[in-house]
Ligand binder design. Structure first.
Ligand code: GDP
Ligand code: MG
Length: 436
């Protein structure tokens, strides 16, 4: 999938101008690539429609080439398809939180139980793993080995009854104050009723808070089918994708969210315990598109796009509508652009010479920002109304002195005055930049 999409995108990015036909042709190839990668047909249809609409509808970002724009849209829509980042566990209000890992045999449940346990431990939790895959003695040994590596205790009763073991493990949590119980269950090679009934029984018996379905990403569309069955029969809260390290087609990640509506929370990217990651839709999209470099270029172009915003701001300044709200926005822009010194270089010619970078220190900027944040919207728009008592309140709210509030207001006034002067030079600059 990756390779195919990358080729389409490379072709696009080289182009100067794109016609509607170019976009159409590109979308046809994207569609094929997704279908070949086993992405669900309806998902593909919807995806291509969305991208085409946006691409042809001409969302124009003046600093990007048309090809870059399409890539940007494809990337954004891929990300959206996989949902928002939700790499969190739903903790129960009263411990222990019970997590049950379900899935087919070989999906990676046992490995994930240990990985999850290790991760929880790193977060300061106290997990316990219950060994409820009782059908093969080797399964319990395997769990014990990986859990020991992770330093997470295992509750087991040999080849006893899974439901009883889960209950026993929960009681153990209450007794020894483990706050999270991870239940490792048995899988079959294929979905069968006995397996479903068993996990359902465990779910009911111990009150599972989160059923996590572990899916092998290498199995493509089959993983999506498995997810649908589990969801219908047992109820699934979230998904873990394993084996994303392999030469996976990525199709599963793309359809899963759209088809099942369940978030992908974590992923396995190797056999070792450390090969565990929160699932980030944007990173996955980047990986599928393989356009990391191109995308960071696009991001840069987008940063430049903020320059257009700066021009808008300049206009406001010239017409004297500049208020503290705008001032605050400026601070945020400054931070985004990497600091004061950098910003001063970007100021329009006349101003840059008047401002000395050494006069503005960053700490002071943070203080100023805090002060403005402590003002009400009305105060930000009309600083004239700031009397002694309001100033006192603002100073207290921002952890500053009244003098510092006054100082900020003075600085703000100074800037406004400077802008007034600058307004006179506007004409020349406008012509120079070719603005209306
Ligand atoms: P279970 O049957 O669902 O409990 O699956 P296991 O945890 O026993 O894993 C089955 C096989 O997949 C084992 O050989 C694991 O080492 C391997 N495995 C699990 N997760 C990953 C992963 O993220 N990447 C890779 N490459 N292998 C994995
Ligand atoms: Mg297992």
């Amino acid at each position: 999938l990756s390779e195919k999409l990358q080729n389409v995108m490379k072709k696009l990015s080289g182009r100067g101008k794109l016609s509607e036909a170019d976009v159409k042709a590109a979308m046809r190839e994207v569609r094929l690539a997704l279908l070949e990668a086993d992405v669900n047909y309806l998902v593909v249809k919807d995806f291509v429609k969305k991208v085409s609409e946006r691409a042809v509808g001409g969302e124009v970002l003046s600093s990007l080439t048309p090809g870059q724009q399409v890539i940007k849209i494809v990337n954004e829509e891929l990300t959206a398809l996989m949902g928002k980042t939700q790499a969190r566990i739903n903790y129960a209000s009263a411990p222990p939180t019970v997590i049950m890992l379900v899935g087919l045999q070989g999906a990676g449940k046992t490995t994930m139980a240990a990985k999850l346990g290790l991760n929880l431990k790193k977060q300061g939790k106290k997990p316990l793993i219950a060994a409820c895959d009782v059908y093969r003695p080797a399964a319990i040994d395997q769990l014990k080995i990986v859990a020991e590596k992770a330093g997470v205790p295992v509750f087991e009763q040999g080849q006893g009854q899974p439901v009883k073991i889960a209950q026993g493990a929960k009681a153990e949590c209450q007794r020894l104050l483990y706050d999270t119980l991870i239940i490792d269950t048995a899988g079959r090679l294929q979905i069968d009723q006995a397996m479903m009934d068993e996990v359902k029984a465990i779910r009911q018996a111990v009150g599972v808070h989160e059923v996590m379905l572990v899916l092998d990403a290498m199995t493509g569309q089959e993983a999506v089918n498995v997810a649908s069955s589990f969801n219908e029969q047992v109820g699934v809260d979230s998904v873990i994708l394993t084996k994303l390290d392999g030469d996976t087609r990525g199709g599963a990640a793309l359809s899963l969210r759209a088809v099942t509506g369940k978030p992908i929370k974590f992923c396995g990217v190797g056999e070792k315990l450390e090969d565990f990651e929160p699932f980030y839709p944007d990173r996955m999209a980047n990986r599928i598109l393989g356009m990391g470099d191109m995308l960071s270029l696009i991001e840069q172009a987008q940063a430049n796009f903020d320059e257009e915003q700066a021009i808008k701001m300049e206009k406001k300044l010239r017409t004297q509508q500049f208020d503290l709200e705008d001032f605050l926005e400026q601070f945020q822009q400054v931070r985004k652009m990497g600091g004061v010194a950098d910003l001063i270089k970007k100021l329009p010619g006349g101003l840059a010479n008047k401002v000395n970078a050494d006069d503005v220190d960053e700490r002071q900027m943070y203080r100023m920002e805090a002060i403005i944040r402590s003002m009400t919207p009305q105060e930000r728009r009309q600083p004239e109304i700031l009397g002694a008592s309001r100033k006192k309140r603002i100073a207290a709210g921002s952890g500053c002195t009244v003098q510092q509030v006054n100082q900020l207001l003075k600085q703000f006034d100074g800037i406004k005055k400077m802008m007034k002067q600058f307004g006179g030079m506007g004409g020349k600059r406008r012509k120079f930049r070719g603005l209306p």
